[in-house]
Design a protein around this ligand. Sequence first.
Ligand SMILES: [Zn+2]
Length: 408
Amino acid sequence: MVNMAPAIKFELDSLKPNHSCPNCGHQGLHIFYEVRNVPVHSCLMMPTKEQALDFPCGDVVLGFCPECGFISNVEFDTKWSAYAPNYESQQSYSPTFNKFAKFLADKWVQKYNLHDKDIVEIGCDKGDFLILLCELGNNRGVGIDPSVVPGRVQSEASDRVKFIQEYYSEKHAEYVGNFICCRHTLEHIQNTKEFVQTVRDSIGERTEIAFCLEIPDNTRVMQQMAFEDIYYEHCSYFSPGTLARLFRSCGFEVTDLYKEYGEQYLIVEAQPIPEATSDKVHPFEESVADVAKDVQYFAENIQSKLQYWKDSLSKMKAENQKVVVWGSGSKCVAFLTTLDTIDKIEYVVDINPNRHGKFIPGVGKEIMSPEFLKEYQPDKIIIMNEIYRDEIGKMLQDMGVVTELITL
Ligand SMILES: [Zn+2]
């Protein structure tokens, strides 16, 4: 493998020689963070409180690879990778999110001249983004995802899009088209190298086909100690350099690498190359030693941040304040289970109507509609993602709800 920094010395005394890196095969990961007994899924909606509380649990134990900079949950068990139609992670109910999806789709349609083309999306969720790409450029689409619900997204482009309710594998090699994208999927996959290599193998010699992939950026998670972004379904965590090195090792050249969505998302754009490996390093890549520094900072400071939140929530409870969490997805589950403070919060609200009246796995709270706040009039609302602060503030104002907004 080229451009791979040599194994670096990591100051935490935490080397576990038994664990090997799923991203590069290096033997020996440094364990730096543990959260035991958390639900193995955050977005599978439960019909009753009992079923939600009985939900299976697993452990998050993060290991850092000193060879490639990859971070993975070494306790992750692929048997829990069950994504079904009741997996509700659709974010297209938020105008902020839709604006970003439209921006990205416009950008790719223009840049890759996606007009009257065939587009493949691996891990298309309910299909919103793929349908958007097909609407914008009169394209045809194939979306592969076990949680897809054909017909969920209404569009004039629907009849040009085929959905396959399966996990992506080498058997889908026939679906390559003119452009391949994959958003917020790789972080759910344990064997990251095998996945990217499968995509590369499916492309074969058609080196004009671009592959664009988006995932959460873990640099921010480490530097801001964003513990709400560490949960069981996410077994794989990437910084820009680690992602770029993976793509190169699988026969791609990295043509662009950047962050979007308030620096939360990391996007790589890549082109397959005939040679085994590209030697073109993107200026946005950091070294493995840089990642090690971020991991070290996180490991040394995270416990005091967790303690701050535990104390704050206990104080609010003791003062009988009505505290609501806004956002019922993975960040909410991670926030409440990591802190072990489920009893400090009475209600969780969400704007996704498919979630209302359902119960959150492991947390057991019923998900309420924002309308509920008109009657409840909370003292404080804790927002799980700061990027929605203005959108939420406006909704509350329109509903006549006066409250304090807190971000993590
Ligand atoms: Zn590695």
